[in-house]
Ligand binder design. Structure first.
Ligand code: NVA
Length: 384
């Protein structure tokens, strides 16, 4: 890495002191039309089933008010906040392989941009409606690239997302929730292995170790690609039986500081995958119950956005303001909690962690898992 000039991009984990972040915006956000992978994400009884088109201006305004307030709270704490540039998400998009009736939005940067050290990597993404979302971040990434001579601007190979990328008839195998749970526990997900796929929000960064959820939006080829792209890291594929919609790791498994992680109690990390944590004196505890029984209307996510927190430093965490049990648990764990109201933004793509992506945290790449006796092996099922 070139050492001269200003350093803008640096973030190795989820907890080091935060100095610079991107927070998404809700402008123009769409409920995208049905497409192969999207269908699997929406529960049969969801209010989103069969609905598509622009979200109402009233809901966009409310979401933006909470996003702006969140940005202001972080700025007041001395954290620099940048915002993406929305494009017209309502337009029909196409590649030589497919057409889609609209795009999605740019509220959750965590899904799209993965920061690892001095690199900001544009993820492949796994839905057609999100294929072009990286464009919203190009003005920022282009600026960081110009101003920081050490910044590495990465882009994973754009997937073709033809019908071969998705398992034909996957949905027809699901009648009951038990069918779903059996499929996901067997690691039988909607995507095939014809090309690497990953959403950035499947990656949990713990210094030298990256834990990546194998699920609906990251396949084994994508995880293999990440392990070759980051040769100085150890990449581990993890999965969470019990989750009927395994999408994005950050409402399932969240490290709070070195040695401590919270895990969604309904989606426990399997015993053999926990061993690497125990071998390195990490504690994994059940996350507190959510305060709500239902997500807000027209929301893709579960009530477990309660644990989708943003850590400002190992002693300070931002939690959604109505999540009283999660706040209480954080307090008991010795963390100062900053409550931020955010439920009006949930439907636009997730919680407080989803709505951000790191640009700069203090610190460097540390080894929090020196004992690799029970390293989780990468599977090679993707080669077939
Ligand atoms: N699939 C996750 C979303 C994580 C941000 C959930 O709704 O629990």
């Amino acid at each position: 890495m070139k050492e001269t000039g200003k350093r803008i991009v640096n973030s190795w984990n989820e907890w080091d002191p935060l100095k610079h972040i991107i927070i998404g915006v809700a402008d123009g956000c769409m409920i995208p039309p049905s497409e192969p992978a999207m269908e699997c994400k929406i529960p049969a009884d969801s209010d989103m089933k069969g609905v598509w088109g622009p979200r109402t201006q009233d809901t966009v305004d409310k979401a933006n008010a909470q996003l702006d307030n969140y940005a202001e709270i972080l700025r007041k704490r001395g954290i620099k906040v940048d915002r993406p540039t929305p494009i017209d998400f309502s337009q029909q998009v196409s590649t030589p392989d497919w057409e889609n009736g609209s795009m999605f939005g740019c509220m959750p940067p965590r899904d799209v941009i993965l920061t690892v050290g001095n690199e900001m990597l544009e993820a492949t993404m796994s839905y057609r409606c999100r294929w072009f979302e990286y464009l919203c971040y190009r003005p920022l990434l282009g600026r960081y690239f110009k101003e920081d001579p050490g910044m590495v601007w990465g882009a994973a190979p754009k997937p073709r997302l033809t019908d071969r990328t998705y398992k034909a008839g996957y949905l027809s195998r699901i009648i009951t929730i038990e069918d779903r749970l059996k499929l996901t526990a067997d690691k039988d997900f909607v995507t095939t292995e014809v090309e690497p796929l990953f959403d950035a929000a499947e990656v949990c960064r713990c210094g030298k170790d990256l834990f990546v959820q194998h699920g609906f939006t990251a396949n084994l080829s994508g995880i293999e690609w990440l392990s070759r792209h980051f040769p100085d890291h150890r990449v581990h594929a993890v999965n969470f039986p019990g989750d009927p919609y395994p999408i994005h790791i950050d409402a399932t498994f969240v490290p709070l500081r070195p040695g401590l992680a919270i895990n969604n109690p309904g989606r426990a990390l399997p015993e053999e995958q926990r061993q690497i944590f125990y071998d390195n004196d990490w504690e994994i505890i059940d996350a507190a119950q959510p305060a709500h029984k239902e997500p807000p209307p027209l929301c893709y996510s579960s009530v477990w956005l309660s644990m989708n927190c943003l850590i400002l430093d190992p002693k300070t965490v931002v939690v959604e303001a109505s999540e009283v049990y999660q706040m209480e648990q954080m307090n008991k764990l010795g963390l100062e909690v900053i409550p931020v109201p955010f439920r009006d933004a949930y439907a636009f793509g997730g919680g407080l962690h989803c709505a951000t992506t790191d640009v700069y945290r203090e610190g460097s790449r540390e080894d929090y898992f020196p004992n690799q006796t029970h390293a989780i092996p990468l599977e090679d099922g993707w080669k077939a």
